[in-house]
Structures are given as structure tokens and as C-alpha cells.
Design a protein around this ligand. Structure first.
Ligand SMILES: [Fe+2]
Ligand SMILES: [Fe+2]
Length: 156
């Protein structure tokens, strides 16, 4: 049985959530060295996933008429940019905490991450309910499989 594009791509969001969780547990432990390394792992996975979608998924969506829906391509790209900016901000903040642990700064970081997680949730829902079902209905199975093959990050 071949895995569908939607199932395989959405499964990566679960991997991302697990990586972010590991990072936040390190923050709770006030282990800022581990927080930095787990954040780096999350950042690498997130950016690889975003890059795969922008190179291999969104061009099909655009070509097949996705821009005429309530979720145009620019919305996905804009959210990707926003997620990227947040994660880069977290890298700076964790580095600052590593240099000088500070409770107020830690709480501020967790607040920022709550905002980020909200954005991530909305992005997840938009892809789950709009992007991937749209492609599932229009993209031949062979092309869906080709996208999965072309990915630089396929989990783990
Ligand atoms: Fe995604
Ligand atoms: Fe995405």
C-alpha cells in the first residue's frame, strides 16, 4: 500500500511537535545547553520541511488553482516566513539564557513559544484541511509519490 501525500506530510508535523516538546522540557529543566541543541534539531527539521513544501508541494498547488481558494499560496509562504522568524528569535533568546540564566527572560521565552505554537497549530490546520486534501483530489498518485521521494526530510 502506498502512503498518501497527505498522510506522509502531516505525520511530519507530529515529529516536529515531538522535537519542540523535547526542547521545552529542556527549558523546564533550565538546562540551556540541552535547550539549545534540541532547538537546533527542531529548527533544522522545521526549515527542511518548509523548504520541501515550498519547492515540491506549493508549486503544484499554485498550478492547479490553489490561489483561487481561501488559502492562497502566499498565505502558506507568509506563515512559513513567520515561523522561521520566530525560531531564529528563539535561538537568540536561548543563547542569552545560556550566557546568563534569568527567570523573567525564561518566562518571556515560554510566552513567545505559546504564540508560536498557536501559529503552528493554525498552519497545521490549514495544511490538513485545505492544502493536502486539495492536492489529494487533483494530483495523480505517481506525482504524489514523486513529491515524497523528492523530500530532503522524511521524518526522524
Ligand atoms: Fe507542513
Ligand atoms: Fe507548511
Amino acid at each position: 500500500m502506498t502512503t498518501t501525500l497527505a498522510v506522509a506530510m502531516m505525520a511530519l508535523h507530529d515529529d516536529l511537535a515531538q522535537s519542540l516538546f523535547a526542547h521545552q522540557v529542556a527549558l523546564l529543566d533550565r538546562d540551556f545547553t540541552r535547550a539549545a541543541s534540541t532547538l537546533q534539531r527542531f529548527r533544522t527539521q522545521l526549515l527542511a520541511h518548509v523548504d520541501d513544501e515550498e519547492r515540491h508541494v506549493l508549486p503544484h498547488y499554485e498550478r492547479l488553482g490553489g490561489d483561487a481558494t481561501d488559502a492562497p499560496t502566499r498565505l502558506f509562504r507568509g506563515e512559513h516566513q513567520n515561523l522561521h522568524k520566530f525560531v531564529d528569535e528563539f535561538v537568540q533568546r536561548v543563547e542569552a539564557l545560556r550566557q546568563r540564566p534569568d527567570d523573567a527572560a525564561l518566562l518571556e521565552l515560554l510566552d513567545r513559544q505559546a504564540t508560536f505554537k498557536n501559529l503552528l497549530l493554525h498552519h497545521d490546520l490549514r495544511e490538513r484541511n485545505m492544502l493536502y486534501p486539495f492536492l489529494a483530489a487533483r494530483l495523480p498518485a505517481a506525482q504524489q509519490a514523486a513529491i515524497l521521494q523528492a523530500r530532503t526530510w522524511s521524518g526522524g
